[in-house]
Design a protein around this ligand. Structure first.
Ligand code: GLU
Length: 279
């Protein structure tokens, strides 16, 4: 079986040890399988993404000894294409416009929701038709209607990462309780949600294996549902452990102290970085 994977950073800051681990792992797995390793910039957040970070990420990856196959795919060049596909889904009656603010949603929820990746939307705008869409509205998926349309589909994915290895079936009742009517196009700027853009790109780039951090495991069921709605294949998933600081907190972009650039300036070698992340 062909093996095609990718590293998909958002160029909103320098690469840190956590990204380096993810990139090295995906790269090494692809090379071990004689497969392909692709690079994708998830740069739809035009306020936070910068060309300087994009360039630095490439420089850091090269310094780490990683090479990618083919041209870099930048999501910012594909926004129109994403929107055309989303409009086609809207035409089938599965989306509705939503003007709720976070505060509206909090107020409508009786109790805070624990242990769910998304704040499950209470459905305030669900009855609104698309013809009622106003500038600035978000677009939400009517999940109950979507699951109804997919009844009989094999909603499942295979996970090979250490924490959740096995075949995972998506239970519609649980999806309704834990995912709900997710936003597929954000308010205002009309940009599709990152987990949808990512699902389109994985399919268009022919990704067979998604290798990414454990923090994204909870997004997988919604991506699988979207793959079925848009007629896209479901890749195999591998969610890896996260690199944490001494306090056990996972690294974020603001952890400049762990930026690869800084280790480079201090004279570390790529082999030192591999050791630091336990490879
Ligand atoms: N862009 C996401 C991130 O930087 C990764 C998304 C993915 O790998 O599916 O966390």
């Amino acid at each position: 079986m062909a093996f095609v994977t990718r590293f998909a950073p958002s160029p909103t800051g320098p690469l840190h040890l956590g990204h380096a681990f993810s990139a090295i792992l995906a790269h090494d797995m692809a090379r071990a399988e004689c497969g392909r390793f692709l690079l994708r910039m998830e740069d739809t957040d035009l306020d936070r993404c910068r060309p300087e970070w994009d360039a630095l990420i490439q420089e850091d990856l090269r310094w780490l000894g990683l090479s990618w196959d083919g041209p870099i795919l930048r999501q910012s060049t594909r926004i129109e294409d994403y929107n055309i596909r989303l409009e086609a889904l809207a035409d089938t009656g599965l989306l509705y416009p939503c003007s709720c603010t976070r505060a509206d949603i909090r107020a409508a929820l009786a109790a805070p929701q624990e242990g769910v990746a998304f704040a499950v939307y209470p459905g305030t705008c669900r009855g609104r038709p698309m013809s009622d869409r106003r500038p600035g509205d978000a677009l939400r998926l009517n999940l109950a209607a979507a699951l109804d349309r997919l009844s009989g589909a094999d909603l499942a994915f295979t996970e090979t990462g250490p924490a959740h290895a096995g075949r995972h079936r998506i239970d519609p009742g649980r999806a309704l309780a834990e995912i709900g009517d997710v936003v597929l196009a954000r308010k205002g700027e009309g940009v599709v949600a990152y987990f949808l853009a990512s699902a389109f790109d994985d399919a268009d780039q022919g990704i067979t294996h998604v290798i990414r951090g454990e923090d994204l495991f909870d997004f997988t069921p919604v991506q699988v549902i979207l793959q079925h709605l848009f007629g896209l294949p479901t890749p195999i998933y591998h969610h890896h452990r996260l690199i944490r600081d001494e306090q056990g907190k996972r690294l974020a972009k603001r952890d400049d102290a762990r930026a690869i650039l800084k280790y480079r300036a201090e004279g570390a070698t790529p082999a030192d970085i591999r050791r630091m992340v336990g490879l």
